[in-house]
Design a protein around this ligand. Sequence first.
Ligand code: FE2
Length: 226
Amino acid sequence: MQMLVDYHTHILPELDDGAKDFKISLEMLEILKNQGVEQVIATPHFYAHREKSVKHFLEKRQRTFEKINSNSPLPILLGAEIAIEHNISEIKDIEKLAIQGTNLILLELPYRKHKDWMSEEIYNISVEYDLKVILAHIHRYLEYYSKEQIQQVLGTDAVFQINNEAFASFREKRFVKALIKQERQLVLGSDCHNILDRKPNWNLLKRRPKSSVIELSNGVLDKYKL
Ligand SMILES: [Fe+2]
């Protein structure tokens, strides 16, 4: 039995629009634990145009992690959710944002029509640094993309991350089912930001038919461990 992994969380406090303080951060971790999560991956937003450098971001992340870690009810692996911007693959130290102890890296596509340069950045990051790209909440782009653009994104050699809320939407659930049928690599995440409107939501997956998806998701972390 593999453990339940949350691949996408904003539980680290005071770094982005996620947990606003240490108290909320610990509350979120407690809720995740109660929902059956056994491994959390912390993925604070990384926007290259807003950060001084990757090094500076990593120092901030480390400081906040150290404050929370000793009180955390769950083990935390450090990562980031990197916004795909022009030339993101050429940013110094970008590979250091890979999920700790793995060669997985979580990238977030812009919320607009898909363009060739985005696929090129995904390709460049994976090839340049020998990383496996995870594309964040891929079902969220259905409303921005044409059928052809969806096919273009699905044509990238990425792991697709699904937010749990997709299982509560008819259209998104159908999309996820199609990915499973095509034997694509999927990982799940809560993408939790707080304890109100974007709270930990593993309760949406409680019903039995989801167990095979959970197995698929958990397996990815093992597969790409260094
Ligand atoms: Fe996120």
